[in-house]
Design a protein around this ligand. Structure first.
Ligand code: OVV
Length: 402
């Protein structure tokens, strides 16, 4: 390969994907990125970027070439000390990745979590009833999407009541910390020590209930599937990745319905569409917008060279709206087959909690569809900016009782 030529071929962008403007509305930037080429060099951060579905999906599958162990944020663990002990799942590759992954895959598998469905459906019904008792206007984020995961997930993990209020702020900071050290990271810095300590305290064996995901992780250590040193860090992964993500996934699907009234009618006619609807919303909104990988060798992609050791920013959200892959990519369409979207990633690192996320979403949507004949946005919406998450501050809605 002629690396000089390849470097000359490389489109360069001066845009900042972590700027206020792009976080407020990433779609124009993402369209430019996709149109600029299969790989684009981001001058500001001196990293490579992929915005098209085909290259993103192929790279996510190829964990040998696009490693995670050097970190999936901008910081390159080859040269910089990670700000917290790396995740044994997210920031690891085989062989180290495999034992923690297979333990969690089993604990969070579709059949294992089936036992939660009934009580979560009751919790969702109760929460929606509480909301509707107060009136036909509420905030779909503050009153519903940000509330339901905290009602059900910490209990499923088995952590104590105290410290639950720290889960969202901790997650918000972790997802900011995958990005550059900008003001979003700086604003979280003052609480990092306190929040990390609180999360770590909830991972200890003696504080966890005997029947939750946490206890099962510790039981896997007793069996010898993982070590006792690994167990608390695997619990930490649940507490880090399991709350902000589902809050924003729920917000995504509620926003999608609130802006697509005909799709809400379809869901009411056929509630079994709830799961398709959730995946379609995850495709459309991509609550996790980006993750980095690191090149383990010189790679040629679309005629450009990515040198060994360099960071590549994968735009999951952009791939999920790539018109080269999706017909009418910006439409929320329950007739579409959204499978193949990269909103949960792809390959060996694909979201291990996705069945939990789908169950949470399906129970909330079912409870709402049972009671509400229409839902629409009723006031100014407000985004919450995060370096990695596509997030909401406020989503006022008005519903009609069925
Ligand atoms: C997917 C994800 C996001 C954030 C944190 C982690 C995983 C973790 O394993 O800690």
């Amino acid at each position: 390969m002629n690396s000089t030529l390849s470097t000359l071929d490389l489109p360069v962008s001066d845009a900042d994907p972590f700027s206020y403007e792009v976080l407020e509305d990433p779609l124009p930037f993402q369209a430019d990125l996709r149109d600029a080429g299969p790989v684009v060099f981001l001058n500001k951060y001196q990293v490579y970027a992929m915005g098209r579905y085909q290259e993103v999906q192929s790279a996510l599958i190829d964990w040998q070439t696009f490693q995670s162990a050097a970190g999936v944020g901008l910081s390159n663990f080859r040269y910089e000390k990670p700000w917290r002990p790396p995740s044994l799942l997210l920031e690891a590759d085989p062989p180290h990745h495999d034992a923690p992954r297979s333990v969690l895959t089993k604990i969070l598998g579709p059949r294992e979590i089936g036992r939660l469905a009934e009580s979560w459906a009751e919790d969702a019904a109760q929460l929606v009833d509480e909301l509707l008792a107060k009136g036909e206007q509420f905030d779909a984020v503050k009153d519903l999407a940000a509330v339901f995961p905290l009602r059900v997930f910490p209990d499923a993990v088995g952590i104590p009541k105290a410290g639950r209020k720290d889960l969202l702020p901790y997650g918000d900071h972790v997802f900011n910390a995958f990005g550059p050290p900008n003001e979003l990271v700086a604003k979280g810095a003052s609480r990092v020590g306190e929040l990390s300590a609180s999360i770590a305290a909830n991972c200890a064996r003696h504080v966890l209930t005997s029947d939750g995901f946490g206890a099962r992780i510790w039981a896997a250590a007793d069996k010898g599937d993982i070590t006792e040193a690994q167990a608390p860090l695997i619990v930490r992964s649940l507490l880090t990745a399991g709350v902000d993500t589902t809050v924003n996934g729920l917000a995504a699907v509620l926003y999608a319905f609130a802006t697509n009234p005909r799709q809400w009618d379809r869901l009411r006619q056929n509630p079994s569409l709830a799961r398709i609807a959730f995946d379609e919303a995850v495709r459309l909104e991509s609550p996790v917008q980006t993750f980095f990988r690191t090149a383990t060798r010189d790679i040629e992609v679309g005629g450009s060279l990515i040198p060994e050791g360099r960071k590549i920013l994968m735009f999951l959200g952009s791939a999920n709206r790539d018109p080269r892959r999706w017909e009418q990519p910006d439409a929320f369409d329950l007739d579409r087959d959204p499978s193949g979207h990269v909103g949960f990633g792809f390959g060996i690192h694909q979201c291990v909690g996705q069945h939990i996320a789908r169950l949470e979403a399906a129970t909330v949507l079912t409870a709402l569809a049972d009671r509400v004949s229409s839902i629409k946005v009723s006031g100014p919406t407000q985004r919450h900016h995060n370096n990695t998450l596509r997030s909401w501050e406020s989503l006022p809605v008005e519903v009609k009782l069925a």
